[in-house]
Design a binder for this molecule. Structure first.
Ligand code: ADP
Ligand code: 5GP
Length: 192
């Protein structure tokens, strides 16, 4: 059982649903007092990504050693050969600052964290309006190859089936409406 001295907000969704967009929006709302949990990954940086800002980039060997040392609250091989995980130290650092931790996480990881923290965590599933729209957003983002888009859509079909295990399902159709709903959910959960 991890030590609990604060609260957590988890935004999970199939890739392309808009969870990063919504989490970035919430992080601009200073009155909510949120700070993003930077994950560790064994994949190399992409584009402008920086160590300690976007991810903690570890070699596969370093990642394995930190798993053995018990440094992760949860970790997963999200895509074949690529591991991602939440560091215990990251959550403790944010709580020590008196802030609430916010996560942008895949569905299995999100449910694992919710299982660890129960009522201290708000788990939100960001639902795309349809699989067709999800595909359109993945293509529109222009960050993934055709092969990656197909992998992500296959994963999405499985993930949609787990949406009912979350505290809330937030349909991201109109972005401005979804931002407002996300803000309200967090505000109510934090009693602000
Ligand atoms: P995720 O983090 O879930 O993979 P992103 O936040 O990267 O998703 O969003 C995927 C793409 O869809 C981005 O190009 C983003 O700008 C766009 N997007 C997000 N929300 C909406 C929305 N409500 N309507 C249309 N496009 C959206
Ligand atoms: P990307 O490589 O596109 O940055 O992220 C790939 C996937 O890994 C996304 O679905 C993202 O939500 C997930 N992810 C990022 N960090 C973590 C983490 O700490 N734990 C888990 N389980 N998944 C993560």
């Amino acid at each position: 059982m991890p030590k609990i001295s604060g609260k957590l907000i988890i935004f999970s969704a199939p890739s392309g649903s808009g969870k990063t967009t919504l989490v970035r929006h919430l992080l601009t709302q200073e009155e909510l007092g949120l700070e993003f949990s930077i994950s560790a990954t064994s994949r190399p940086p992409r584009g402008q990504e920086q160590h300690g800002k976007d991810y903690y980039f570890l070699s596969d060997e370093e990642f394995k050693q930190r798993v053995l040392a018990g440094d992760f609250l949860e970790w997963e091989e999200v895509y074949s050969g690529t591991k991602y995980g939440t560091l215990r130290s990251e959550v403790e650092r944010i709580w020590q600052e008196g802030k609430t931790v916010i996560f942008d996480m895949d569905v299995v990881g999100g449910l694992n964290l919710k299982g660890l923290y129960g009522d201290k965590a708000l788990a939100v599933f960001v639902m795309p309006p349809s699989l067709e729209e999800l595909e359109k957003r993945l293509r529109g983002r222009q960050t993934d190859s055709e092969d990656k888009i197909r992998q992500r859509l296959a994963k999405a079909r499985k993930e949609l089936g787990r949406s009912d295990r979350f505290d809330h399902i937030l349909v991201n159709n109109n972005l401005e409406v979804a931002k407002g709903e996300a803000h309200n959910l967090v505000k109510i959960f934090l009693g602000k």
